[in-house]
Write a protein that binds this ligand. Structure first.
Ligand code: SAM
Length: 322
């Protein structure tokens, strides 16, 4: 009897439905008249981007171009290349070149923006505080200018996935102990371990992952047994951001990012920050590819839109002054 009742409740209130109810209640106020179109986009099939792997010699360019994909970041070739499709669905299977490395990594094209915004320079020491499964780490490594990269994720199993991704895309000579450190620490404690060290810190925090929450009942943060975890998110995010700021050296820059539209997980978390660096030049450069939220008080946000169905990605760049 109880089993039936629990199954009935889950069918009646699956986490995806609870997520939609929650988003309707909060985002309609937050986004006003653009919420209905963002909502339709979020519920439609997302577009992917293909991050080309510079380390692999396999040429998938022709395949990508024949599917109508265009490179939207080739303006700075050294930063890597990412191809966006015209059509929502495209499949170019990853190829393993003779060198053993995979040709490209599929990700939400808007996820590349936080890595570009971090603006890694030659010789930089970089910390990726919440790195698994490693899409952004891979994008950062494509610059080939990082002197030392520290990648961390609190989850041991996700860190193992991250290792696999790195081994599949990056040559061994870039994965030596002198160039890379992989850890599974609680990022909120980073300030106790290593302060004033990194030129650039990426703080890509756990969040309500809005698209996933609307599409997948499995492992959904809106499921009843994860209510506490969901409520604690803004606190965890603020602690991670604070730890990231402490890990940066004076003058170092920190990029905070999420894949949620939620103001309480985005602007409210960074409100305490010392100095916010404008990302307007970056968003102007990509205004033909992504639909950016107009008039955001702090940071920038890619809004899902049926004509360019990427995101949501929120990002805010901070500079530590002292
Ligand atoms: N940056 C990743 C990428 O591009 O593939 C995605 C990161 S995901 C949005 C957030 C990650 O934060 C998860 O992998 C999760 O395991 C990790 N995480 C959660 N709590 C953490 C903590 N206290 N310290 C460090 N990582 C944490």
């Amino acid at each position: 009897f109880w089993g039936c009742r629990i199954v009935y409740l889950m069918i009646k209130h699956p986490p995806t439905r609870l997520a939609l109810q929650h988003f309707d209640a909060t985002y309609s106020g937050q986004l006003g008249k653009i919420w209905p179109s963002v909502r339709v986009a979020l519920l439609s099939e997302r577009k992917y981007g293909a991050l080309l792997n510079h380390f692999s010699n396999h040429n998938v360019l022709e395949d990508l171009q024949s599917q109508g994909c265009s490179d939207f970041i080739s303006y700075r070739d050294e930063e890597g290349r990412c191809f966006c499709p015209q059509h929502p669905v495209f499949r170019v299977s990853t190829r393993r070149h003779l060198c053993g490395l995979l040709s490209h990594y599929l990700m939400d094209a808007a996820s590349v923006l936080p890595c570009l915004a971090l603006d890694v320079q030659e010789g930089h020491n970089v910390l990726d505080l919440c790195a698994a499964p490693g899409g952004k780490t891979l994008a950062l490594l494509q610059t080939q200018s990082i002197s030392f990269l520290c990648v961390n994720d609190a989850s041991v199993s996700r860190t193992m996935r991250l290792r696999k991704v790195l081994n599949s895309y990056v040559p061994k000579e870039f994965l030596t102990n002198e160039k890379l450190r992989i850890t599974s620490f609680d990022g909120t404690q980073w300030g106790d371990i290593e302060r004033n060290t990194f030129d650039r810190v990426l703080v890509d925090v756990p969040c309500t992952t809005d698209r996933h929450s609307l599409m997948e009942d499995d492992n959904n943060i809106f499921s009843k047994n994860r209510i506490g975890e969901r409520r604690r998110l803004p606190q965890l995010q603020a602690e991670l951001l604070l730890a990231g700021i402490q890990a940066a050296c004076p003058g170092g820059e920190i990029l905070y990012s999420t894949c949620t539209l939620s103001q309480s997980q985005n602007q409210s978390v960074v409100e305490q920050a010392v100095f916010v660096v404008s990302l307007r030049p970056l968003t102007q450069m990509f205004q033909n590819t992504f639909y950016f939220a107009p008039d955001l008080r702090l940071g920038e946000m890619v809004l899902p839109h049926l004509t360019s169905n990427f995101g949501p990605i929120y990002m805010c760049k901070l500079r530590r002054l002292t």
